[in-house]
Design a protein around this ligand. Structure first.
Ligand code: ADP
Ligand code: MG
Length: 224
């Protein structure tokens, strides 16, 4: 089974702030898990550990059976590119590029995609999948927040990752768009991807398969 396994991870910043304290959690394929908790509780730090964006002070992260602790920067970047898609609160689209061009970007650095025509075709399919084919040629500033986040999800899917990690993906959205984005993330889990969403939004408790609560760097589980 595909999974990201965070094992007994502690993360200390500047040898003073313990952002994560002996945290363990699995992100398994086909599951939608949510991590809730107040601002400053360590949610983003956990997402960065699971997504190989930063390394633990103690403990390990195992991706599809491989302990990544001893890998260098380039190897980590390769694993990230192939196995993990990220979605952030602030969308982070390139304002100079049209929606479908934003989705093309991650594929342009992936040697598995050979021609630009293939890449463009796949980008448009992904845009279609998130329900935005009528906006494919628009620039980010011509799109609503909800539409921009859909483009960002399409972009996260570009290299067909096993996992999607989303950090407060609905933090800038109204409740209708929030439902739509959670719905897309849920359907990605149903299609087999492992999805972790970090949020302090209660609406996610309705839709996630499992909820964790983070408090002062310590992770707890609920009964769902
Ligand atoms: P959350 O996402 O739940 O708001 P974070 O993971 O961003 O929480 O932060 C957890 C704690 O770690 C906070 O006390 C925060 O100030 C601290 N922190 C986060 N990132 C850094 C950093 N790069 N350097 C120093 N402290 C940090
Ligand atoms: Mg955060």
């Amino acid at each position: 089974m595909k999974s990201i396994s965070v094992k007994n991870v502690t993360k200390t910043y500047n040898e003073r702030v313990t952002a994560l304290n002996d945290v363990s959690l699995d992100i398994d394929e086909g599951r939608f898990i949510a991590v809730m908790g107040r601002s400053g509780s360590g949610k983003s730090t956990l997402l960065q550990m699971a997504g190989l964006l930063d390394s633990p002070t103690k403990g390990s992260v195992i991706i599809n059976g491989e302990d990544v602790s001893s890998l260098g920067k380039n190897q980590l970047a390769q694993i990230r590119m192939k196995t993990i898609g990220f979605v952030f609160q602030a969308f982070h689209l390139n304002p100079q590029l049209k929606a479908y061009e934003n989705v093309m970007l991650p594929m342009l650095i992936n040697p598995e995609y050979k021609t630009k025509a293939d890449i463009q075709k796949r980008a448009n399919e992904l845009i279609d999948m998130v329900g935005l084919s009528h906006r494919a040629g628009h620039y980010p500033n011509e799109l609503s927040g909800g539409e921009q986040q859909r483009v960002a999800i399409a972009r996260a899917l570009a290299n067909d990752p096993d996992f999607i990690l989303a950090d407060e993906p609905t933090g800038n959205l109204d409740s209708d768009n929030e439902q739509a984005i959670f719905g897309i993330l849920k359907s990605l889990a149903e299609s087999g991807k492992g999805v972790m969403t970090v949020s302090h939004n209660e609406a996610i408790t309705e839709i996630a398969d499992k909820i964790y609560y983070m408090s002062d760097g310590v992770l707890g589980e609920n009964k769902k």
